[in-house]
Ligand binder design. Structure first.
Ligand code: IMP
Length: 425
């Protein structure tokens, strides 16, 4: 049985964690493909709310093997803290596997993330300050340290010394900041390495063996495809590829092994950090969406920017990732609106753009071209089957399908596991 990809179709925070947790009930393995501790996946179960950053969202299903793939960048201290926290709450983490090829996020990456952001001043990206950008930059420039480097202290000492030396020149010489203390860092890493050592394997082999054995494998992306480094709103993007193609690469799955690509979209738009968002609502409607959707960052606590559903962005991410099924989440947030907007174009001067331009200056002064659908004005949170959803909501789903070119299969109407309706159930 081939692989399923679960990816975000907007700017992240679409509810991928919840869907992954739900679908993992019928899977053997969940592989996290990209990103690092910048992600915050919330899963709510009868045993409480779990906020996951690096651990795949399948971990709450005891039969599922969870894998951190080669495309992820790992801050070891965060991972170890997360695993200990899960164990303390009675979650079995013994099936966790970590790719020996995954890159490490080190303290100097975090420091550089902060300093780079300060240097950009008003043009800051609004990163999560977790060091992901600098860690991926080191990966691309072939300076990165990987999980395999932790396995032998001598190798770690040698490679770390070179990188700490180079980074200290940058920290002190360019930014006038404090240098990183080598001995302290080495000691800390050796201790953390002990903890993760039993989990470290060539995960691409394990993933391929699982697929060959006919097991159901879910590949879980972090962030959303509008934050993709190639096709997102560069430079206001993350440093990895949260797309179907990126999912394959990061997890060690071949494109021909993918059976379905589930694009998770919110019923409206949100974005954290800087960058263009033509459908943004800076008024009471936007505020109401934020309050009803509890739109504050899981890790950073930052208020998220809110807006109507952006079908220009949605169409782009759907097409570029070949999305086969849509999961529309947080639909209940829209229960109170008499009219619901969909942005179908970006108006710039006399022109209407129907794609996301590469040069963000081309979006200067853009306003959304909005279409309005009639709201349903009723509480949807108690619906448990597709047939129980109001007619106007079904019409709204049709509109989204039309713009994105894929069918809506799942509808989220609340945070609980039971509040995810599968149209085919
Ligand atoms: P970075 O990934 O921390 O470098 O941040 C780059 C951009 O991606 C910023 O706008 C962040 O707010 C955004 N970002 C990164 N991770 C997430 C996420 O998990 N959800 C939503 N936005 C994210």
């Amino acid at each position: 049985m081939p692989a399923t990809i679960i990816m975000g179709g907007q700017w992240g925070d679409e509810g991928k964690g919840k869907l992954t947790d739900a679908l993992a009930a019928n899977a053997a393995m969940v592989v996290r493909a990209n990103g690092g501790s910048n992600a915050g996946h919330t899963v709510q179960t009868r045993n409480g709310t779990f906020k996951l950053r690096l651990v795949p969202s399948g971990i709450l299903n005891p039969h599922v093997r969870c894998v951190i793939g080669a495309g992820v960048v790992i801050e070891l201290a965060t991972l170890v803290e997360e695993l200990r926290g899960l164990r303390d709450r009675g979650i079995d983490t013994s099936s966790m596997l970590i790719s020996d090829r995954a890159h490490l996020v080190l303290p100097f990456h975090k420091r550089l993330d902060e300093l780079e952001e300060q240097r950009r001043e008003q043009d800051e990206i609004g990163t999560t300050l977790n060091g992901n950008g600098p860690a991926y930059a080191d990966k691309a420039s072939r300076h990165g340290l990987r999980v395999c480097d932790l396995q032998q202290p001598d190798i770690l000492r040698r490679k770390l010394a070179i990188e700490v030396d180079a980074k200290n020149q940058q920290l002190v010489g360019v930014f006038g900041a404090e240098p990183i203390e080598f001995d302290e860092l080495l000691e800390q890493l050796l201790e953390l390495a002990e903890f993760v050592r039993p989990m470290v394997v060539p995960t691409e082999v394990v993933v391929q063996d699982a697929i060959a054995a006919g097991e159901r494998v879910i590949v879980e992306c972090a962030q959303g495809a509008m934050l993709d480094i190639d096709y997102g709103t560069y430079p206001y993007v993350t440093s990895s590829s949260p797309t179907a193609a990126g999912a394959c690469q990061g997890a060690g799955v071949a494109p021909s092994q993918v059976e379905s690509v589930i694009g998770v979209y919110k019923a409206y738009s949100t974005r954290v950090g800087g960058g263009p968002m033509p459908a943004e609502l800076l008024d009471a409607t936007g505020e109401l969406i934020r309050t009803r959707g509890r739109e504050w960052g899981v890790n950073t606590g930052r208020p998220r920017r809110t807006g109507w559903f952006d079908a220009v962005a949605g169409r782009q991410t759907s097409r570029l990732s070949g999305i086969t099924e849509i999961a529309l989440t947080l639909v209940d947030v829209l229960d109170v609106f008499a009219e619901i907007g969909i942005c179908t174009g970006y108006r710039v001067g006399d022109a209407t753009l129907r794609h996301v331009p590469a040069l963000l200056d081309d979006l200067e002064g853009a306003t959304p071209r909005l279409e309005f659908a009639a709201g349903w004005l009723e509480d949807t949170t108690n619906a448990r089957q597709f047939g129980e959803l109001p007619q106007n909501l079904l019409a709204y789903l049709n509109l989204i399908e039309l713009h994105l070119g894929a069918p809506v299969r799942y509808v989220g109407i609340g945070p609980d596991r039971e509040q995810l309706i599968d149209r085919q159930a």
